[in-house]
Design a protein around this ligand. Structure first.
Ligand code: CO8
Length: 263
C-alpha cells in the first residue's frame, strides 16, 4: 500500500474515533526490534495527538501478537552496547499515552511481546493466545517490565514460577488471573473486531473523563491508598470544570443521550 508510511507496522482507522496499529513483520512472528519501535512510537504518538481519535488498538497477526524481542538482533550485543546505548529504554513509550490503548492478542505473546501487551491498558485475547516470559531459556530475564507488572497483577508465587521456568501460559489462565479482561470467541480476526468495538465504545465517552480515569487507575500502581484516593478525588473535582460534566449530568436529568464535546 503506497499510502502506508511504515515498514514494520500498519496504521488504520477501522471505526469512528479508533486508531488501529498492526505489527507487521510476519516472517519473524512480529519479533520486536528498534526500527519497529521507532515506528510504533511515532504512530502511537500521532494517534494520541489526533483530536478525532479517542482510543487505540494494538494487534499483531493471527499467529503472533509478537514472539518477543528480535533474538537474532540481540545475540551479539555486548554489555557496553546495551548499557551504553540504553537498549530498551525507548521501547516502553506506549505506557505514557494519554488515550487508552487496548491490546488484541492472538497467537504468541512471548517475552517482549507479553510485556508490550502488559503495557497496554486492557488486554483482550483470542482462545489461541499464548503468553509467556521465556527469557530465562535465553540466559536472561524479562527487560520490559515483565517481572514488575506481573507481580502487581498475579502475585509473587505465580510470577516467580513463570519467570524462573519460562513456561507459557494460556489465554484462559491469563483471564482467570485478571491479566486479560476477556477471552473472545473463536475465529480469525475476532479479537481485533471485539477490541475495535470496545475502543469505539470508549471513544464515545468524554475524552477528558477517559483520560482522567486512565490516570487515576494507573496512579494506583505508584501511590499509597490514601494518596491514591486523594488523587482520584482531585481529578473528580477537576472534571467539574469541564463542559462534558455539565452535559453528562444535564442529559441524565433531561432523559436524553449525552453529546460530549471533549471540552
Ligand atoms: N526473534 C527473532 N526471530 C524470531 C523470534 C524472535 N523472538 N521468534 C520467532 N522468530 C523467527 C524464527 O527465527 C523463524 O525465522 P526463520 O523462518 O528465518 O527461521 C520465524 O520467526 C518463525 O519462527 P519458528 O520457525 O520458530 O516458528 P514455530 O512456530 O516453530 O515457533 C515460537 C514459534 C515458539 C514462538 C518460536 O519462534 C520461539 O520460541 N520464538 C522465540 C520466543 C522467545 O524466546 N521470545 C523472547 C525473546 S527475548 C525478549 O523478548 C526480551 C524482552 C526485551 C524487552 C522488550 C520490551 C518491550
Amino acid at each position: 500500500d503506497a499510502k502506508q508510511p511504515y515498514e514494520h507496522i500498519l496504521v488504520s482507522r477501522p471505526a469512528h474515533g479508533v486508531g488501529l496499529i498492526t505489527l507487521n513483520r510476519p516472517k519473524a512472528l512480529n519479533a520486536l526490534n528498534s526500527p519497529l519501535f521507532e515506528e510504533l512510537n511515532k504512530a502511537a504518538e500521532e494517534l494520541d495527538n489526533d483530536h478525532s481519535i479517542g482510543a487505540l488498538v494494538l494487534t499483531g497477526s493471527d499467529r503472533a501478537f509478537a514472539a518477543g524481542a528480535d533474538i537474532k538482533e540481540m545475540k551479539d550485543k555486548t554489555y557496553s552496547d546495551v548499557f551504553g546505548n540504553r537498549f530498551l529504554e525507548s521501547w516502553t513509550k506506549i505506557q505514557n499515552l494519554r488515550k487508552p490503548i487496548i491490546a488484541a492478542v492472538s497467537g504468541y505473546a512471548l517475552g517482549g511481546g507479553c510485556e508490550l501487551a502488559l503495557m497496554c491498558d486492557i488486554i483482550l485475547a483470542s482462545p489461541t493466545a499464548t503468553f509467556g516470559q521465556p527469557e530465562i531459556n535465553l540466559g536472561v530475564i524479562p527487560g520490559g517490565g515483565g517481572t514488575q507488572r506481573l507481580i502487581r497483577s498475579i502475585g509473587k508465587s505465580r510470577t516467580m514460577e513463570l519467570v524462573l521456568t519460562g513456561r507459557n501460559f494460556s489465554a484462559v489462565e491469563a483471564e482467570s488471573w485478571g491479566i486479560v479482561s476477556k477471552v473472545v470467541g473463536e475465529g480469525e480476526g475476532q479479537v481485533v473486531k471485539e477490541a475495535v468495538q470496545l475502543a469505539e465504545k470508549i471513544a464515545g465517552k468524554g475524552r477528558l473523563a477517559v483520560q482522567a480515569g486512565k490516570e487515576a487507575v494507573n496512579a494506583a500502581y505508584e501511590l499509597t491508598l490514601a494518596e491514591g484516593l486523594n488523587f482520584e478525588r482531585r481529578l473528580f473535582h477537576g472534571l467539574f470544570a469541564t463542559h462534558d460534566q455539565k452535559e453528562g449530568m444535564s442529559a441524565f436529568a433531561e432523559k436524553r443521550k449525552a453529546k460530549f464535546t471533549h471540552s
